[in-house]
Design a protein around this ligand. Structure first.
Ligand SMILES: Nc1ncnc2c1ncn2[C@@H]1O[C@H](COP(=O)(O)OP(=O)(O)OP(=O)(O)O)[C@@H](O)[C@H]1O
Length: 304
């Protein structure tokens, strides 16, 4: 369990994390989402004592990180996969860390096998690919067999097999009753891995919900194709409410996507006006859609 209460971190005038409250529960995978600069990494650094809060607290299983006598056994962390001395081998890096906690050599071998590093464990980390570095970061996080696992962008740089492996591993840890927190900008991956998400925007909590609820609360979309699309669009837009139409991508003016109106209503409008329909499809909201509508006003670094 990770608990933040009134957690705040200022860098100069800027509140990177601004009076944040949340509880990350064991037995599930929680996703940390938010635009660039939203405060995810800062929150994670505060959880593991790499930064001090300006005010408020964050605890892991009821303890502050600085109070833990054997932190590797309490909480496993991957924050910066490049934070390993390039001249060391993966094995010597893991051994050195294990020695600080009296973790046996057997466990070093176990995490090397578990993360698929067997063939390169004795090679210099400086020559590792991005994906190998990520695997070593994950091996490091798992070394102390911790009950809480915090991973910042763990699938960054992994190939599709690696992404699947991380997903299965994290789901497995959650099923064992561990607390798993991960951040990622890959929405489809998050949708398949996490049970619950906390969305940050400009240092504040914008949403803290099960993924299923977040998606269910999103806008319904309807895809429409018709040889009389323009005519249908004008009838649809004359209705009440916040109806929005978007031409179909790559379409030839033969259709649109509608939000803010029910699929049945569009069917009725078409029938009443004798309009031929080639397609009328409700589209389930994706996590990406729900996320984008939640954070539309929270994006700090947007392309022009
Ligand atoms: N050491 C620091 N000194 C000054 N400002 C910082 C520092 N670390 C983070 N910030 C600022 O705090 C804000 C939050 O940054 P943070 O890295 O936590 O965001 P993030 O959600 O992890 O973003 P990203 O998705 O880009 O990794 C940003 O505006 C960032 O510029």
């Amino acid at each position: 369990m990770i608990e933040a209460r009134g957690l705040t971190k200022h860098y100069g005038q800027k509140a990177a994390v601004d009076n944040v409250n949340f509880t990350i529960k064991p037995g599930q995978v929680t996703g940390f989402l938010g635009p660039n600069g939203a405060g995810k990494s800062t929150s994670m650094r505060l959880m593991v004592g790499l930064d001090r809060p300006s005010s408020g607290t964050v605890t892991v299983n009821g303890q502050r990180y600085s109070e833990m006598s054997a932190p590797l056994a309490e909480v496993g962390v991957l924050l910066d996969a490049k934070g390993v001395h390039p001249g060391r081998s993966a094995r010597s890096h893991l051994r050195a860390l294990a020695a600080t906690h009296r973790i046996p050599e057997r466990r070093v071998n176990e995490v090397i096998e578990l993360t698929g590093l067997g063939a390169v464990a004795n090679k210099r980390v400086g020559g590792f690919s991005l994906g190998m570095g990520q695997r070593l970061g994950i091996a490091t996080a798992l070394l102390g067999d911790p009950k809480v696992i915090i991973l910042d962008e763990p699938v960054n740089g992994l190939d599709p097999d690696g992404v699947l492996w991380v997903r299965q591993l994290l789901r497995h840890f959650a099923s064992e009753g561990r607390t798993v927190l991960l951040s990622s900008h890959l929405m489809s991956e998050m949708a398949q891995t996490a049970d619950h998400v906390i969305v940050l925007g400009r240092g504040r909590v914008v949403a803290d919900d099960p993924i299923s609820e977040l998606i269910a609360g999103g806008e319904t979309k309807v895809r429409v194709r018709s040889p009389q699309a323009a005519q249908l669009a004008s009838y649809v837009m004359s209705g009440t409410g916040n109806i929005q139409l978007q031409p179909l991508e790559g379409g030839d003016g033969e259709g649109f996507t509608a939000t803010g109106i029910e699929v049945q209503r569009i069917g009725e409008i078409a029938a009443t006006n004798g309009i031929v329909l080639h397609e009328l499809t409700p589209i389930a909201t994706s996590l990406e859609d729900a996320y984008l509508s939640l954070t539309r006003s929270e994006v700090e670094y947007a392309a022009g």
